[in-house]
Design a protein around this ligand. Structure first.
Ligand code: ATP
Ligand code: MG
Length: 445
């Protein structure tokens, strides 16, 4: 993409309404525009990051054997009356009446809708296990939407639902989700710690939230610092193996890590003092096992191998896809702007032309641009007639992890400059070598 042909409405001033750094940078970098309280348009740069995150979430869900689909945003109130949640959910639910006077709602979550789909088609244990998921907009009429996309009213969420014959099988699905979430967050460049949590309006017995530690997080968390040493890394996992998934679950949840809702002071005090931590965190996902809470009232039953009709065991599992855009920025920025992890960056590499209009510099930039594109990467070429300082400021703000700077002086010596956004370190290299280096960095991502 050439910047002169793109739509990147960068702001010079810091918007007064933004209280936290991710919100400020998302507005300044032209990623989002508020359309009303807690509701945003995703401008091209923000949309690209959102789609990159969504793609990674899809890949890891499919790898775990979960099946993608798409359910609507608007739902009929009748299904929610069956589960009893139409009255219970409260004011966060946006209720709508259609022209025929039928009660509808903008889905805050999808347990009822998916249970209805399941019971319409599945009648035998032979069709289990089954996990269906989608990535779709949700609406919760939050009383205090704030922090930009972190606590929106309309937000983008991956929500998945498992259907199993027994509690044991459903707990395997729970563990499988935990593993797939660990992998997902690591690919997004984040450390998200599973913490024992409270189930809220979803209900259920077993639940963990995934938290990214950040000063601006809304949740208060308590943990043993040893949990921050755990990483999933690139280990192989067989998602069908009950033992392997359970092993990972135990490894990542046996150390003390809880949100304030489930915090237990006595247990916490058993951790050696130097490892006790109290901090704040951003909730980027949650997994639930809730047994037959929905299948019983909604009559989602299957016949088991003895011919008996039994309600299925279920769980639901969510990732806050749009909130993650903000969470990644909270975890990765400096005072000049965003620093995107390679896995989610909107463009792989910036190209800055120090002397637009100089025949040699223009030609070298074109060559670098073509070579990166031919290698399957998306560069963003700043081809504006602007001062170098302004070009660098834009690149730093929008946070592309790598930048190739091309100018007449360097070209005289046959070099361009390759700069790492995170460290600020630069290296002079022949243009082909700079391109090769960038291509190498993204290999396998
Ligand atoms: P919170 O406690 O932050 O209100 P929740 O526990 O009600 O969230 P879940 O039902 O667990 O939310 O939804 C799954 C994920 O969706 C959350 O972990 C979070 O990342 C994201 N999410 C929930 N509410 C919002 C919101 N208002 N804006 C953006 N993302 C949200
Ligand atoms: Mg939650």
């Amino acid at each position: 993409m050439r910047l002169t042909r793109y739509f990147l409405p960068v702001l010079k001033e810091t918007p007064a309404e933004a209280q936290i750094v991710s919100h400020r940078f998302m507005l300044r970098a032209g990623m989002i525009k508020q359309s009303s309280a807690g509701i945003y348009s995703w401008l091209p740069l923000g949309f690209k990051v959102l789609k990159r995150i969504e793609q990674i979430v899809h890949e890891e869900q499919i790898r775990a054997g979960h099946i993608p689909m798409l359910m609507p945003t608007l739902q009929s109130a009748d299904l929610w009356r069956e589960s009893g949640r139409y009255d219970d959910y409260g004011e966060e639910m946006l209720r709508i009446t259609d022209r025929h006077g039928r009660d509808m709602l903008y889905g805050p979550t999808n347990e009822e809708l998916i249970t209805d789909i399941f019971r319409s088609y599945v009648t035998s244990y032979k069709d289990l296990p089954l996990t269906l998921y989608h990535i779709q907009w949700k609406f919760r009429d939050e009383i205090r939407p704030r922090f930009g996309v972190m606590r929106g009213r309309e937000f983008y969420m991956k929500d998945g639902y498992n259907f199993d014959l027994t509690k044991e099988a459903a707990l395997h699905a729970y563990n499988r989700h935990l593993v797939s979430y660990l992998r997902t967050y690591e690919r997004l460049g984040l450390q998200a710690i599973p913490m024992r949590a409270d189930s809220g309006p979803i209900g259920g017995e077993d639940t963990h939230e995934f938290l990214v530690l950040a000063e601006t997080g809304e949740s208060e968390v308590f943990y043993d610092s040893a949990v921050t040493d755990l990483t999933f890394g690139d280990r192989e996992i067989d998602y069908d193996s009950v033992e392997q998934c359970q092993g990972v679950m135990e490894e990542f949840t046996s150390k003390y890590a809880r949100t304030d809702e489930t915090h237990d002071e006595a247990l916490f005090n058993q951790i050696p003092e130097e490892r006790r931590r109290t901090a704040r965190g951003i909730e980027v996902g949650q997994i639930f096992y809730f047994g037959t809470k929905y299948s019983e009232p909604m009559n989602a039953v299957v016949t088991n191998d003895k011919g008996e009709r039994v309600p299925v065991h279920m769980g639901s599992h969510g990732i806050g896809v749009s909130r993650l855009v903000g969470a990644i920025i909270e975890a990765s920025h400096d005072d000049k702007g965003i620093i995107w992890p390679e896995g989610v960056t909107p463009f792989h590499c910036g190209i800055v032309n120090l002397k637009q209009g100089d025949a040699e510099a223009d030609a070298a930039c074109e060559d670098v641009y073509k070579a990166l594109t031919a290698a399957g990467l998306e560069p963003l070429y700043d081809d504006r007639e602007e001062r170098a300082g302004a070009k660098f400021a834009t690149m730093d703000l929008i946070g592309l992890p790598w930048r190739i700077t091309v100018g007449p002086r360097g070209l005289k010596n046959g070099v361009v400059e390759l700069t790492c956004r995170r460290t600020g370190e630069s290296e002079e290299l022949a243009p082909e070598l700079a391109v090769a280096r960038v291509v190498e960095i993204y290999k396998g991502l």
